[in-house]
Design a binder for this molecule. Structure first.
Ligand SMILES: Cc1cc2nc3c(=O)[nH]c(=O)nc-3n(C[C@H](O)[C@H](O)[C@H](O)COP(=O)(O)O)c2cc1C
Length: 401
């Protein structure tokens, strides 16, 4: 049976784009109802939506309101819609509306419906980039994320106010695909359990000095967030220096490779898939100085190669689906694929994502990446330069997770 989608439209300039979204949803036979705020109707008249043959609501109190009718019929719009909806989408969501709902206000039909519903709520903020970056807007978004609302960040680009920056409503096809992901999540009975390791290990030299690498954990975090938003049970094993998620993903923090190996060993039995994206130090100092090293002296560090965690994972749980990353430097496509195939053979991994850190837009700390997906007996798949979030989406789609 096709799902019921309630589209909440607030007074952002992108409100007109929702006409095309409704056409796409109707084409796929979704049931759609719209609730518009007062400002949204100033941007685009409700008649434009009614012409598409859907019900459009905007008033808390309809004209001719009579409480006796309500008591007799026991039907109140915001409660009816809140029960009818399998999902509620707010697109575009204005800064004003975010502030309202982050504070539990219920002074119009849409905000009241949100308080009444048990359906998942997915929010697509859209506004001028200064508004988007305003600390109050970000605080309100964090509040909403903390209580379990799903916030999809706006795109960057040319804005309606003749500025360039973050704040554009994502394109309609992307919004539709996010809606489908959430509906799939809601109806998915068999939830996959996924571990993601992310960030750089730190091996102590003395109490204040470490050996580490440039990994920020952004690629791992992107994978963890997409899996979490798809509704999977996710455990993030995150390096203490790695970026944090805005979503309440369960996580355990590690510092060095021994701790990470222990955490994987303890948890891997209870999971179906592991994305091993952490950049684990290949070496650790043979000796850890207990006192801070004297900066006027010369030292020679003796570095001992570490056990490769990736080789241990299938020994801890032979049934886990192991996806690992391989970073190379200044490698041709063939060299990268050879190295990935070698790693597949050495570790029994199911898939290797290999990249070339020397390539512009690829690698640690930045927000973009480009990878080749290499599996046994399957053609190599190039996932071209894109944001790490989009790369994560494409990896998950390609692996059919
Ligand atoms: C032409 C125009 C475009 C606007 N676009 C946006 C927008 O994209 N995002 C936003 O947060 N506010 C935008 N605003 C401001 C909101 O309409 C205003 O804050 C309003 O109070 C929002 O009400 P609502 O949240 O109840 O819909 C715009 C205002 C005008 C006049």
């Amino acid at each position: 049976m096709k799902k019921n989608i309630c589209l909440g439209i607030t007074g952002g300039i992108a409100a007109y784009k929702i006409l095309d979204l409704i056409k796409l949803l109707k084409k796929d036979k979704f049931n759609v109802k719209v609730i518009m705020t007062y400002s949204a109707q100033k941007i685009i008249p409700s008649s434009s939506f009614k012409k598409l043959g859907i019900e459009v609501y905007s008033e808390m109190f309809v004209s001719g309101f009579d409480y006796r009718q309500i008591l007799k019929n026991q039907k109140i719009d915001h409660i009816e819609i809140s029960r009818w909806a399998d999902i509620i989408i707010i697109a575009p969501a204005t800064a004003n509306f975010l502030a309202k709902i982050a504070n539990g206000l219920a002074d119009d039909l849409l905000s009241t419906t949100l308080l009444a519903t048990n359906a998942p709520i997915v929010i697509f903020p859209s506004m001028n980039s200064n508004m988007w970056h305003h600390p109050l807007v970000q605080k309100n978004l964090q509040k909403l994320i903390d209580i379990g609302y799903h916030v999809i960040d706006p795109d960057s680009g040319q804005l309606a106010c003749n500025a360039v920056g973050m704040g554009r409503l994502p394109n309609i096809k992307k919004i539709k695909s996010e809606i489908e992901i959430f509906l799939q999540k809601k109806s998915s009975l068999e939830k996959k359990r996924i571990i993601v390791t992310a960030g750089a290990t730190e091996e102590k030299i003395d109490p204040v000095r470490i050996i580490t690498n440039k990994s920020s954990g952004k690629m791992g975090l992107a994978l963890a967030e997409i899996c979490y938003l798809k509704g999977y049970k996710v455990l993030l094993l995150r390096a203490s220096s790695a970026v944090k998620s805005r979503h309440p993903i369960p996580e355990v923090i590690f510092e060095n490779s021994m701790q990470l190996s222990k955490l994987i060993k303890e948890s891997v039995q209870n999971y179906d898939i592991i994305f091993h994206t952490a950049a684990v130090s290949d070496f650790a100092p043979k000796k850890i100085y207990l006192q801070k090293m004297d900066s006027s002296k010369n030292y020679v560090l003796n570095l001992i190669p570490q056990n490769k965690i990736i080789r241990q994972i299938k020994k801890f749980n032979p049934n886990i689906y192991l996806v690992a990353f391989k970073a190379t430097y200044k490698s041709s496509k063939d060299e990268m694929i050879n190295k990935a195939n070698q790693l597949l053979a050495d570790t029994q991994a199911d898939a290797i994502l290999v990249n070339d850190l020397a390539k512009s837009g690829v690698g640690f700390r930045i927000d973009t990446n480009e990878v080749y997906l290499v599996r046994k007996n399957k053609p190599v798949k190039k996932i071209s330069l894109d944001s790490k979030l989009n790369i994560a989406r494409k990896i998950i789609a390609e692996l059919k997770i």
